[in-house]
Design a protein around this ligand. Structure first.
Ligand SMILES: Nc1ncnc2c1ncn2[C@@H]1O[C@H](COP(=O)(O)OP(=O)(O)O)[C@@H](O)[C@H]1O
Ligand SMILES: [Mg+2]
Length: 450
């Protein structure tokens, strides 16, 4: 069994020891143990990492290690709980490629729970679809199950809208339907103007920022802007420095170079609370922000901490906007993942900031919670908030971003309007863009193909 958060199941420290640890209770002879560990290292391509410390591994490497530690027991069935939900696209693809190989080459049976279906669906032989309350909605061969899914990956959704049969499960399958039609089209009507944010005033200006951790520079002269009423998306592989940038902006780690300006004012001397008053920050794990007895109180505490008046009416209005009106009196830890995240968003935005920094906000959300978040952020954007959105979620980025910045090893690799940035860095592009550039959404693709 591989848990949703692999780091939660590691105990020892070094990669090799972690795999051996799983065997310790079996009382195997030493030589047999070594042989099994060596085999598991090879199966998951972990041999070069065998002596590394677990906490220094990337997310994808940790996930592969968790799978190795499960496989060393020689199971017939491998069960995984959302193995790619924490991962950047490249690491997710790496983990799924390994699973595919174990399945095809070793005949290992795999049971995988997932709600982000884009990458997983093409690999599945059999589908089990559960209702929100855990009841069985449908089960059967994957090729026949598409109609029964509560939501579809973008290319399948496009197929449903255009009446393709059978619905494509993957990009190559969708390409067969699109082929000729796409080649013949002359121009694609696009629905969203891409220019408006850049014409607006700059709220947050990052100039040649360098920062890192004790003796290790992670970010090198990064520049970017966030405009009023604009969403700047920050993408990049695991470890490229996205979270580090947000921490540097909040004053949680010092800069070694460059400058940050909020509405024209250099904020180098501001402490974190002062920054948080103007620039809300939702870290990768928002649970850490929730500690009050009720949802409403989470919001009130923020205002009190900043020495601001607490107007219950205004806070209730914010909760309504967050879709948490009915949960105002609930204990935050009892909420669903999506509700908890929106409660945390409420807590950081109760000061009415002009800028919002979000670190992978769709991680672990199901489709419903994700849609609610997209609507919420879209509304705030319309109201003039400037949003810096760190995400691996290409569809989220396509739905909201006016500007995309791609980080690679702590440097800006591309910074452009979405269509051009996706063209330059296709590994971060949404599925629809890969099928039918420059379309970003199912709606655009439907119009282009009709
Ligand atoms: N607290 C820390 N101490 C030392 N190094 C860190 C720390 N946090 C992150 N790093 C390193 O900084 C680099 C960038 O990490 P991070 O900003 O978390 O990347 P991303 O968010 O893009 O996945 C990685 O090499 C990571 O190992
Ligand atoms: Mg990160």
């Amino acid at each position: 069994f591989v848990f949703q958060e692999p780091e939660a199941q590691f105990v020892v420290g070094r990669v090799e020891d972690e795999i051996a640890f799983a065997l310790e209770n079996l009382g195997l002879p030493r030589a047999e143990m070594q042989a099994r560990v060596a085999h598991a290292l090879d199966l998951l391509d972990l041999r070069p990492l065998r002596s590394r410390r677990v906490e220094d591994l990337s997310g994808g490497e940790q996930q592969r290690l968790a799978i190795a530690a499960a496989l060393v027991l020689r199971p017939r069935l491998l069960v995984l709980d959302e193995p790619t939900s924490q991962l950047a696209p490249d690491s997710a693809a790496e983990v799924l490629a390994v699973l595919q190989r174990l399945n095809r080459d070793l005949g290992l049976t795999i049971l995988l729970a997932e709600h982000r279906l884009k990458r997983v669906l093409p690999l599945a032989d059999y589908l089990i679809v559960l209702d929100a309350d855990g009841g069985l909605r449908w089960q059967g061969p994957a090729a026949q199950g598409m109609e029964h899914l509560p939501w579809l990956p973008p290319v399948a959704e496009l197929g449903r809208r255009l009446g393709w049969s059978p619905l494509p499960r993957s990009l190559p399958e969708a390409r067969r339907f699109v082929g000729a039609a796409a080649a013949q089209r002359e121009s694609v009507p696009t629905s969203r103007a891409e220019t408006h944010a850049e014409g607006a005033p700059v709220l947050l200006e990052v100039q040649e920022l360098s920062a890192g951790y004790a003796g290790k520079e992670v970010l090198h002269e990064v520049s970017l802007q966030v405009w009023r009423g604009g969403v700047t998306a920050l993408m990049g592989r695991n470890g490229s420095g996205k979270s580090t940038l947000l921490k540097a902006l909040m004053g949680l780690i010092p800069l070694s170079g460059g400058e940050v300006r909020l509405q024209g004012t250099a904020i180098g001397a501001w402490d974190t609370p002062q920054r948080a008053r103007k620039m809300a920050y939702l870290p990768q794990n928002p649970n850490a922000l929730l500690f009050a007895e009720t949802v409403l109180e989470e919001l009130a505490v923020t205002r009190r901490n900043h020495g601001l008046p607490v107007d219950e009416g205004l806070l209730l209005a914010l909760l309504r906007r967050l879709g948490l009106e009915e949960q105002a009196g609930a204990y935050p830890r009892d909420l669903s993942v999506g509700q908890r995240q929106r409660a945390a968003l409420g807590a950081v935005t109760a000061v009415r900031p002009q800028v919002l920094l979000l670190d992978e906000p769709t991680r672990g959300l199901d489709a419903g919670a994700r849609q609610a978040l997209i609507r919420l952020l879209g509304g705030w954007k319309q109201a003039g908030m400037g949003i810096l959105l760190v995400t691996h979620d290409a569809e989220l980025c396509a739905a909201l971003a006016d500007h995309v910045v791609v980080l690679e090893a702590g440097r800006v690799q591309a910074a452009d309007r979405p269509r051009r940035a996706f063209g330059a860095c296709p590994e971060f592009a949404p599925q629809i863009f890969r099928l039918l550039p420059p379309c970003l959404s199912v709606d655009e693709a439907v119009r282009a193909l009709q």
